[in-house]
Ligand binder design. Structure first.
Ligand SMILES: C[S@@+](CC[C@H](N)C(=O)[O-])C[C@H]1O[C@@H](n2cnc3c(N)ncnc32)[C@H](O)[C@@H]1O
Length: 178
C-alpha cells in the first residue's frame, strides 16, 4: 500500500474510533469500516481456506468474512465484535445467507476472546492493535494457524506473503513451531 494512502487510512480509522458505537461496552479500538467483497475473496484465497478449517474474524463487523467463508467453503466460523449493533447485523446476515448453522457471532472484546480452536484468523484492525494482539496470537494459536490481515502488517514479523488487491494490501503469516 502506498505510504500516503496507508497514513490517511490510519488517521481516518483512528479518528473514527472515538465517534462510533455508543452501545459498545467500551470505546472501540478500531471503528467499523467493512472490507470490500473483492478483498474478502482474496483474503480467503490467500489463507488457502478449505473444508475443515475454523475461521475466526477478530473485529468481525457485519460478519462478511466469516459468512463468505462458510458459504464458499463450508467452513465453520466465529466472529468476535465488541459492538452489539455489528453482532446483531452479522447474525441477521448469516440467517439471510443460509449459513447460521455454521457460524457464531460473539459480542466480546477481541483481547478477551478464546481463539485457540482457530485454524485461520482474519484481521482488519490498526497497526498498533495488530502489535498489541501479536503476543496473544503466539500464545493461543496452534503452530500452522494462518493469519491474514487487511491493510496492516505486524511490525517486524515479516509476512510470508504480501499482495495488493483493488489498491488494498493483504498480509499473510503462519504461526511457527515453537
Ligand atoms: C475495520 S472493522 C473490520 C470489520 C470486518 N472484519 C471486515 O473486515 O469487514 C473493525 C471492527 O472491529 C470492531 N472492534 C473494535 N475494537 C474492538 C475490540 N476491542 N474487540 C472486538 N471488536 C472490536 C469494530 O466494532 C469493527 O466492527
Amino acid at each position: 500500500m502506498q505510504s500516503t494512502r496507508r497514513i490517511s487510512l490510519i488517521i481516518l480509522l483512528s479518528i473514527g474510533c472515538a465517534a462510533q458505537a455508543p452501545q459498545a461496552k467500551r470505546e472501540l479500538d478500531v471503528p467499523y469500516v467493512p472490507t470490500e467483497e473483492a478483498v474478502v475473496a482474496e483474503m480467503l484465497k490467500t489463507a488457502g481456506v478449505k473444508k475443515g478449517d475454523v475461521l475466526y474474524d477478530l473485529g468481525c463487523g457485519d460478519g462478511r468474512i466469516v459468512i463468505t467463508a462458510a458459504k464458499e467453503f463450508g467452513v465453520r466460523g466465529v466472529g468476535i465484535d465488541i459492538d452489539p449493533v455489528r453482532i446483531k447485523e452479522a447474525r441477521a446476515n448469516a440467517e439471510k445467507a443460509g449459513v447460521a448453522g455454521l457460524v457464531k457471532f460473539i459480542e466480546q472484546d477481541l483481547f478477551d476472546a478464546r481463539i485457540g480452536e482457530a485454524t485461520v484468523v482474519t484481521l482488519y484492525l490498526l497497526p498498533q492493535i495488530n502489535l498489541k494482539l501479536r503476543p496473544k496470537l503466539f500464545r493461543e494459536l496452534k503452530p500452522g494457524t494462518r493469519i491474514v490481515s487487511h491493510a496492516f502488517d505486524m511490525g517486524d514479523w515479516k509476512p510470508e506473503k504480501q499482495l495488493d488487491v483493488s489498491g488494498e494490501t493483504i498480509y499473510y503469516w503462519v504461526i511457527p513451531k515453537p
